[in-house]
Design a protein around this ligand. Structure first.
Ligand code: ADP
Ligand code: ZN
Length: 437
């Protein structure tokens, strides 16, 4: 179902016009209310009147995570303190957390976009939906929670932790949908197995997964193991939280809620805007936010915008799955490596669990990459020859995809640490080296 056809299926020209109007209003608002933006615009000799349509967005300054840190905690807030009704923080995956503030209207927009996402997955008022993102400062829990309520389905605020109890609730309350990280979904599946429960005893049919990159193979794995359809849910606290974009029934790219969040793709080195279809860094401008609106925020997430209109009827542009963040990218012996590339290889082989860890180090001035991966119980054996064969098979595949050789370390089932929120899949010992130097 389409939650808000007026907005989600708006003809493109009309949408561009609306975006232009909203942008003009936004620029005047931040110019007058956020000294940081006023100074930046003054340096560029730019007045709010210079922004006349959405095409003028390229004239505006970028905002970076560092700008948010420099203005910690409330420096970029545009609304007066009395209007701010909630505060969240980013998870701090890549450093100190940053703070965001929401007005009542911001929260209403957030619920609206989350409800659009849930509707796109096929959630209805009849569904019972478990929110298993962490509740708290992280936007995942409360963001998804109010979206479910706003849609009118029943929300089970399970959060993370206590996974066996959660599995029993899923069974006993006939929970039909779940929102969590893809790695937690896998952990749930493992727990279901461990408890001797058959997935057919559960009524799960829809999963809304995000907060970390995941591959198509991971989708297949989760769908198979939990007996549901797995959809992508994307968002980030600086822009709003979950609900910035989501897949529809086509499961082919995530629709961006473009009337609220204007996307651009730029070349992260030159900062030049890139056309649809080309991969680069995703940049968002919050067109309607009041609390902490941002101009051209550089997400560091690498993706591309898809040309063409989706068969579902929504006219909003879609983004391809996030390949990783620019700062997830490892440079090993001069070659760029993304953890998601390793994931694709591992998950394409039936012998391995979708559990892996990359350990990067520097030995005698040479970068080394070790890939630790769990072997499935059925394939794990004491027979050294067969284990060596398996190791070679994976090394060869990794080499052909990554163009560098990796040292494969086969691990017993259940030996790599499980995560309930965003998983950590890289240990880069080289950063510790330089820190100590
Ligand atoms: P932090 O940047 O500290 O992790 P957030 O908790 O706001 O802060 O997380 C937002 C980030 O999580 C995004 O910028 C992106 O890197 C990642 N993310 C969120 N949803 C997805 C998704 N569906 N696919 C891939 N990555 C995602
Ligand atoms: Zn669609």
């Amino acid at each position: 179902m389409i939650w808000n056809p007026n907005k989600e299926c708006m003809p493109r020209e009309q949408l561009r016009e609306l975006q232009g109007k909203r942008l003009q209003k936004l620029v005047a608002y931040v110019y007058h209310n956020v000294p940081f933006y006023r100074h930046k615009m003054q340096e560029m000799d730019l007045m709010p009147e210079d922004i006349r349509s959405i095409d003028d967005i390229v004239k505006l300054p970028f905002t970076t995570k560092q700008d948010l840190r420099d203005n910690y905690p409330y420096g970029l807030m545009a609304a007066p303190k009395s209007e701010v009704v909630r505060v969240h923080a980013s998870s701090g995956t890549t450093g100190n957390p940053t703070i965001v503030g929401y007005t009542r209207k911001d929260l209403a927009v957030w619920s609206e976009v989350m409800s659009r996402c849930l509707s796109a997955y096929g959630v209805t008022r009849e569904d019972t939906f478990s929110v298993s993102y962490g509740y708290g400062l992280f936007t995942g829990g409360l963001g998804a929670h109010y979206g479910v309520e706003n849609l009118g389905a029943t929300v089970i605020p399970a959060s993370t932790g206590n996974t066996e109890k959660h599995v029993r609730l899923i069974r006993d309350l006939h929970i039909t949908g779940i929102a969590c990280t893809p790695s937690y979904a896998l952990y749930l599946a493992e727990t279901v197995d461990k408890m001797g429960i058959d997935k057919n005893e559960l009524s799960l049919r829809i999963g809304a997964f995000g907060a970390e990159p995941w591959t198509e193979h991971m989708r297949q794995e989760i769908q198979e193991r939990l007996g549901l359809k797995a959809y992508n849910l994307y968002g980030l606290s600086e822009i709003m939280g979950p609900g910035v974009s989501c897949e529809c029934e086509e499961q082919n790219g995530s629709h961006i809620q473009e009337d609220h969040f204007y996307p651009e793709i730029i070349n992260p080195e030159t900062l030049a805007p890139l056309p649809y279809g080309q991969q680069g860094e995703l940049v968002f401008t919050t067109l309607t936010k009041e609390g902490m609106p941002l101009l051209r925020y550089r997400t560091k997430d690498l993706t591309s915008l898809m040309p063409g209109i989706c068969p579902c009827g929504r006219t909003s542009v879609r983004m391809t799955p996030i390949m990783g963040r620019s700062d997830d990218m490892l440079i090993i012996r001069g070659i760029n490596v993304f953890p998601s590339q390793v994931e694709s290889v591992i998950l394409s082989m039936k012998e391995f669990e979708p559990r892996y860890m990359l350990v990067v180090d520097r030995v005698n001035n040479l970068d080394t990459l070790q890939v630790q991966v769990e072997v499935r119980r059925d394939y794990f054996s004491d027979d050294i020859a067969s284990m060596l064969n398996l190791k070679k098979l994976l090394s060869d595949k990794l080499k052909s995809v990554l163009s560098i050789s990796a040292d494969v370390k086969l691990m017993e089932p259940n030996s790599i640490q499980r995560s309930q929120g965003k998983s950590q899949r890289v240990i880069d010992k080289r950063t510790f080296l330089t820190d100590n130097e």
